[in-house]
Design a protein around this ligand. Structure first.
Ligand code: UD1
Length: 436
């Protein structure tokens, strides 16, 4: 298992380019399978989750490969209604997008129930209810969802919670249904909008993405197109939080500041200076940040994916912060690891009370999930002495070259004990691809 050794105390200085959005790329890779011709995607991050999604699409018959310029080609012509292997599906939650893709394309989807980060219970009941409303007959057998719909018919579906995954799966399935589908209480995340823009450029007729109500008029044919994935707002904010925690001045390129309104507001409230430009941010901080309260929410609220890194920053802030997690029910598991580093945090149900301490000390800690990995890295950057992160390969699932980028900014981070099994082999996806 990969370990990361971090010697804390170096402020971060310099410039980095933020990668393309993981969550957008995973959904758009599935959507690309709907086209009659090849699609070409730019700004796709080379991360383990992207590799896994590529392998899942290949397992059902799609061609997926990177060209020499790093663009991802996807051709879904050969997709067959077969079940992707559980060993791949269990690794990422986004694997369930293959269900919407297969239903729309072949009228039959057999997909093992997905896995993903352990951040609480993550059912797919809203997805399944949506498929049923479109006319599919769904059964769950031996941990596998089987959905059959020789014909999908437009429907009116009020999603119980504004779920990102459900909204995207419904876009995939409904854009090839007969008639009109209205999605109410739809998720408004920028990644949902990116998927809708992509599908529309292929010939779908989706209106209202980015609002609570999305209207999808079914189309009979979708064509191959080129598309550039939006920048990863979560990666950009993670680096900004790192600067808030350890100090320094960093310019982040390939950013859409308008996707980061809530985190930018909270970071400024904590004392970070943030200059916004068209497609970049310059963040600078010095000394301790101030305590601030946050409550995670669906977009445009404060993203749950940033709760964990933000708590690392707040654990060193001046004063007491109250952090409420409203999206996932198990997203404070990493707090035990921060306690080992000297943080003073008390968790009661969905709320963490973070009393800022003057220093953290390096300790052996374990990465429990992707964003927890980023949080512990950030804590390690600020801690006195050495922090040893085990299960560090989990960070590669959703951050492209996170440790390389941190080193570029002056952090003292080393990767040791890399296990071949934990490194995705990108060479199988194209000659020019490089392994992580
Ligand atoms: C996506 C993101 C994840 C992010 C989350 C919330 C991807 C691959 N992952 O996850 O990084 O943290 O949005 O912004 O894009 N729920 C149900 N039943 C369902 C579906 C969801 O109860 O059928 C619940 C979930 O357990 C959770 C809440 O709804 O409590 C929101 O989940 P959802 O928005 O669907 O998150 P994901 O799409 O899984």
């Amino acid at each position: 298992m990969a370990r990361m050794l971090i010697r804390g105390g170096n402020p971060l200085h310099g410039t980095i380019t933020v990668s393309g959005s993981k969550n957008s790329a995973l959904a758009i890779m599935a959507a690309a399978g709907l086209a009659e011709e090849e699609c070409i995607l730019e700004n796709v991050p080379r991360q383990y989750d992207v590799w896994t999604m590529a392998m899942i699409l290949r397992s059902i018959g799609a061609e997926v490969w990177f060209d020499a310029a790093g663009r991802l080609h996807i051709n879904g012509k050969g997709i067959r209604p077969v079940s992707p292997p559980y060993d791949l599906v269990r690794r990422i939650r986004a694997s369930f997008y293959v269900a919407g893709l297969l239903l729309a394309l072949r009228g039959y989807a057999e997909v093992p129930l997905p896995g993903g980060c352990s951040i609480g219970s993550r059912p797919v009941n809203f997805h399944i209810k949506g498929f049923e409303q479109l006319g599919a007959k769904v059964t769950i057998e031996h941990g596998c969802m089987k959905a059959r719909a020789p014909k999908l018919t437009g429907t009116h579906y009020f999603i119980n919670r504004a779920s990102v995954g459900t909204t995207i799966n419904m876009l995939l399935a409904a854009c090839r249904a007969e008639g009109t589908t209205i999605l109410e209480n739809a998720a408004k995340e920028p990644e949902v909008v990116d998927v809708a823009i992509f599908l529309n450029s292929m010939g779908a007729r989706i209106r209202g993405a980015g609002t609570d109500v999305i209207r999808i008029d079914g189309a009979t044919r979708l064509s191959g197109v080129e598309h550039t994935i939006i920048p990863d707002r979560l990666e950009a904010a993670t680096f900004a939080i790192a600067v808030g925690t350890v100090g320094g001045r960093v310019t982040l390129h390939n950013v859409m500041p308008e996707h980061l309104r809530s985190p930018i507001m909270k970071l400024r409230e904590a004392g970070l200076t943030i200059e916004e430009n068209d497609a970049s941010l310059t963040v600078s901080g010095e000394g301790r940040m101030q305590a601030v309260d946050i409550e995670t929410a669906v977009y445009p609220g404060f993203p749950t994916d940033l709760q964990q890194p933000f708590v690392s920053m707040l654990s060193l802030a001046d004063g007491t912060s109250v952090v409420r997690e409203t999206v996932f029910d198990g997203r404070f598991r990493y707090v035990d690891e921060l306690l080992r580093m000297g943080a003073d945090i008390k968790v009661e149900r969905d709320t963490a009370i973070v009393r800022g301490v003057e220093r953290l000390t390096g300790a052996p800690v374990e990465v429990t999930d992707l964003r927890a990995g980023a949080a512990l890295m950030i804590a390690g950057l600020a801690a006195e002495g050495e922090t040893e992160l085990s299960q560090a390969h989990i960070i590669d699932r959703g951050y492209e070259q996170f440790d390389d980028k941190l080193r570029t900014l002056g952090a003292d981070v080393r990767r040791v004990d890399v296990d071949e099994e934990d490194v995705p082999d990108f060479t199988v996806l194209g000659e020019a691809s490089v392994a992580l």
